[in-house]
Design a protein around this ligand. Structure first.
Ligand code: NAD
Length: 481
């Protein structure tokens, strides 16, 4: 039995109370199948209770002087960083990513709390030129109200702080519904928020094995003013439709199909390092991870050879072990999807360069894989694999590369490596994506607006734009002056 940190209370957190449920569900370690803990399997009534607690906490929270809200957020940040090691350990246990990546996620996730503790003080309204000598135009920026945050399993901590920190900073209370695979990190975060004195009802966590019933309440209850969802595009579309009935503001951080383009003037060694970071972080289970490598014909063979040489070195294993860089996939369905994409591509003429099979460790471990001679008729061209599979396509001209990159309904992140500055500008401008990384394999930071276009989503998280998303503008016309 793995040792769980003291800061985990395996209960739901509603209105400042730790709550049991009539039913429980098990949270397992994807590296071993071991049951780590059982947490309450809550339903629609519990979700309504959490919304009521948040609604009741809202008036005092929004009126709280901004420096006090800011100090509480700063204290939460300090507490998260003081427990970085325990949180990282817990995250690796329930999610599987290597410990070094978990530590990185704790720091990345905490950075949103630190950033929005400061941004809270910059939430400004404005006065505008008026339409009459006896009138004045005032614009107030007000907190939107109760926020529902529904988060995925691949970043159990950062996807929560990326939503909660700006919401709390803006003066909004939050009801969090964490992914059923990874609720423990969410509960540990709530414990730290409780420890630093966040008032009851301002942050609530409802856990459930089956999300649909709670999801329906969070998207239809009129007391919830904003739904912030991160997860798959099909679920996002469903939730967006459910939000329509009460015209809720909705932020949707959805799936991707990121291209990673390597042009013939690129620094190939730098491109390979960027490729490893972008493709194999979290075993390929990140929304911004490369789904398709597009490589110019004249450097194609050299790139594939260099990439494969690095990929075969990636050590697969339990994320708690030293020097492991590839953990297990989250579940058997994830393995099935990777295998289905490989079989489909090989059946249509792709070439296996390395990997291609479940790993000898068994369970949900999978060999990091490179496929060459991949073509647009293969499933990997259009579907998000969400696993350690690097399919490499070939192109001839810049225009062809841009067209291939944009030939998808997704538009989250895109990457490219090149040196010529004219080419860099043209490609950067031609890519229909919310985020573009040039000669970089990792782009996430709390300082920049994160989000997608097309079916990758609505809204932005991070930067001052992330705060604006949790506010409404109120125009006041003062007349008779
Ligand atoms: P998912 O859509 O299956 O689940 C996400 C969350 O939604 C979970 O909490 C789940 O319990 C909940 N959910 C599922 N069905 C629901 C319903 N009917 N009602 C209410 N809630 C429901 O996604 P996942 O498998 O957890 O995460 C992987 C996906 O998330 C990938 O597609 C990935 O690209 C995407 N993702 C996007 C971003 C981003 O910022 N754009 C970040 C991380 C992950």
């Amino acid at each position: 039995m793995s040792t769980l940190p003291d800061l985990l209370i395996p209960k739901a957190y509603i209105d400042g109370q730790w709550r049991s449920g009539a039913r429980q569900f098990a949270v397992t370690n994807p590296a071993s199948g071991e049951v780590l803990a059982e947490v309450p399997d809550l339903g629609a009534d519990d979700a309504r209770e959490a919304i009521a607690a948040a609604e009741a906490a809202w008036p005092a929270w929004r009126k709280r002087p901004v420096k006090e809200r800011s100090r509480l957020l700063r204290a939460w940040f300090d507490a998260i960083m003081a427990h970085q090691e325990e949180l990282a350990h817990l995250m690796t246990l329930e999610q599987g990513k290597p410990l070094a990546e978990s530590r990185g996620e704790v720091a990345y996730g905490a950075a949103f709390v630190e950033f929005y503790a400061e941004q809270a003080k910059c939430m400004a309204g404005e006065t505008l030129p008026s339409h009459g000598v006896d009138k004045r135009i005032l614009v107030f920026r007000e907190p939107i109200g109760v926020v529902a945050a529904i988060t995925p399993w691949n970043f159990p901590l950062a996807m929560i702080t990326r939503k909660c920190a700006p919401a709390l900073a803006a003066g909004c209370p939050v009801v969090i519904k964490p992914a059923e695979a990874t609720p423990l990190t969410a509960l540990a975060l709530a414990k730290l928020a409780d420890d630093v004195g966040l008032p009851a009802g301002v942050l609530n966590v409802v856990t459930a094995a089956q999300p649909a019933a709670i999801g329906e309440v969070l998207t239809t209850d009129p007391r919830v003013r904003k739904v912030s969802f991160t997860g798959s595009t099909p679920v996002g579309k469903k939730l967006l439709a459910q939000c329509a009935g009460t015209v809720k503001k909705a932020a949707m951080e959805l799936g991707g199909n990121a291209p990673f383009i390597v042009f013939d003037d690129a620094d190939l060694d730098a491109a390979v390092e960027g490729a490893i970071a972008s493709k194999f972080r979290n075993s390929g289970q990140t929304c911004v991870c490369t789904n398709r490598f597009l490589v110019q014909a004249s450097v194609y063979d050299a790139f594939v050879e260099k990439l494969a040489a690095r990929v075969v070195e990636l050590k697969v294993g339990n994320g708690l072990e030293n020097d492991v860089v590839q953990g297990p996939l989250i579940n058997a369905a994830a393995v099935d999807k990777v295998q289905a994409h490989i079989h489909d591509a090989l059946g249509k003429g792709a070439r296996l360069v390395c990997g291609g099979e479940p790993h000898a460790l068994g369970g949900t471990f999978f060999q990091p894989t490179v496929l060459a001679d991949v073509t647009p008729d293969m499933r990997v061209a259009t579907d998000e694999t969400f696993g350690p599979l690097a399919p490499v396509f070939r192109f001839d001209t810049d225009a062809e590369a841009i067209a291939m990159a944009n030939a998808t309904e997704f538009g989250l992140a895109a990457y490219f490596y090149a040196r010529d500055y004219r080419r860099i500008w043209h490609v950067m401008e031609g890519l229909e994506y919310g985020m573009v990384a040039v000669n970089e394999g990792i782009l996430s930071t709390e300082l920049a607006p994160f989000g997608g276009v097309k079916e990758s989503g609505l809204g932005r998280e991070g930067s001052h734009h992330g705060l604006d998303d949790f506010t409404e503008l109120k125009y006041v016309c003062v007349g008779g002056l």
